[in-house]
Design a protein around this ligand. Structure first.
Ligand code: IPE
Ligand code: IPE
Ligand code: MG
Length: 248
């Protein structure tokens, strides 16, 4: 496989808020759906680029729990794109030993998408290459609520009458959608908005943030490289003192 060795200092886990598909289309006098089609092409380019750059986990924010507020035409189009993509690209994932995962409330997805998604997850579950986590019908708050519900359900089943103050961060973290995946080191957002829009609220507590003006359908591998290079310059302190303060 033509995979480049991992560049030391690059993020192990990167998340991308793939924003700007609609504006990309509208600026060209096209329908918003055309922007989503181009956005999918960009996502494929960036998956390949991330793999070549040695990123181990890539979380792609494709559809939020709030995106259902859009027209039925747009949401239906995005769902059909997801389905087509999972069908058409399975060979690419297989050839590159890429494991597909999902983040989000799968129960809230149309049944045919649930089926396609669980099929792709199952078909790729033993692959040891990069992991691509598709955040579809994903909301950070929703994920935390579902995690707390799961935890409460597990404790009830075990008939544990533990005091509530025994609930620790690790208990909630362990009930999130993909508890084995390390927190994202870097979260990228395209298209100029400076907000998380409910993406990885828990896991992103100490993620570095990178914002780009470029609309998602225009993203090329050089844009990803620029984000990863920028990440290399960051000083991650996690609330501790700076190195310079320590030596003073
Ligand atoms: C991101 O692009 C894709 C989804 C949210 C599904 P948008 O569709 O939000 O594009 P803009 O922000 O309207 O340009
Ligand atoms: C965030 O983009 C969700 C995805 C990229 C899937 P939105 O376009 O939905 O976010 P807002 O509405 O600008 O906050
Ligand atoms: Mg948007």
């Amino acid at each position: 496989m033509d995979r480049e060795p991992q560049v030391s200092g690059y993020p192990v886990h990167a998340g991308i808020i793939m924003d700007g598909n609609g504006r990309w289309a509208q600026r060209r006098g096209l329908k918003r759906t055309q922007g989503h089609l181009e956005g999918l092409k960009a996502a494929k380019r960036i998956v390949k680029a991330a793999r070549d750059m040695g990123v181990k986990y890539l979380t792609l924010y494709a559809f939020s729990t709030e995106n259902w507020k859009r027209t039925a035409e747009e949401t239906g189009f995005i769902m059909s794109l997801v389905k087509q993509h999972l069908r058409a690209e399975l060979d690419f994932y297989r050839e590159n030993r890429i494991r597909i995962r999902h983040a989000g409330d799968s129960g809230g997805l149309p049944p045919d998408i649930q089926k396609e998604l669980s099929g792709a997850i199952n078909d790729t579950k033993d692959f040891d290459g990069m992991q691509v986590i598709l955040a579809i019908n994903y909301g950070g708050r929703d994920e935390i609520v579902r995690a707390v519900q799961k935890l409460a359900g597990m404790r009830k089943l075990a008939a544990e009458s533990e005091p509530a103050e025994n609930i620790a961060e690790r208990d909630i973290a362990g009930c999130l959608d993909n508890p084995d995946i390390p927190d994202p080191d870097l979260i990228i957002r395209s298209a100029g908005e400076h907000r998380t829009s409910n993406f990885l609220l828990w896991e992103g507590a100490y993620s570095e943030l990178y914002f780009s003006q470029k609309l998602w359908p225009d993203w090329e591998k050089e844009d990803l490289k620029a984000a990863l290079e920028d990440f290399c310059k960051r000083d991650r302190r996690y609330g501790a003192e700076t190195a310079s303060a320590m030596s003073a």
